[in-house]
Design a protein around this ligand. Sequence first.
Ligand SMILES: [Zn+2]
Length: 153
Amino acid sequence: MTHQEWVAQCIELALDNAKQGQAPFAALVVQDGHLVGTGVNDVKATQDVAGHAEIRALQAAAKYMGTRRLAGCVLYTSCEPCPMCLGAIYWSGITQVYYGLSVAEQAAFDELPAFQYAELCRVAHERRVQMVQATPDNIDPRRPFNHAYSAGA
Ligand SMILES: [Zn+2]
């Protein structure tokens, strides 16, 4: 199948998901031309804000392949991934994504992903979400990392 055909399949799945009352997103993970993971947005059904189609497709692919490392796979999605899903794509090792609708085009329906990308370009103190480092005086926040990354851990 061509990249456009995989994206077309995502768009059809997204339409089916919308017809079932869910958000209009779907994604597929493909390895060497074979489907290894399918995901649709289930945020409304699960009340899980992380229930985006790309996240669900990555989870399905990781379960199917027995590894979270999906380097070499391709992610197809009905809509350009939001920053959360892009982060998950980076964690997975996937380096190729093909999408149908762009974030800019999606903004006609929902401006939040475009807003989130703009937020990421701002310095931390100018973002809507306040983030403050609050290091305790008597506990080194590196302790869990020192343990996790020490030899033999
Ligand atoms: Zn997303």
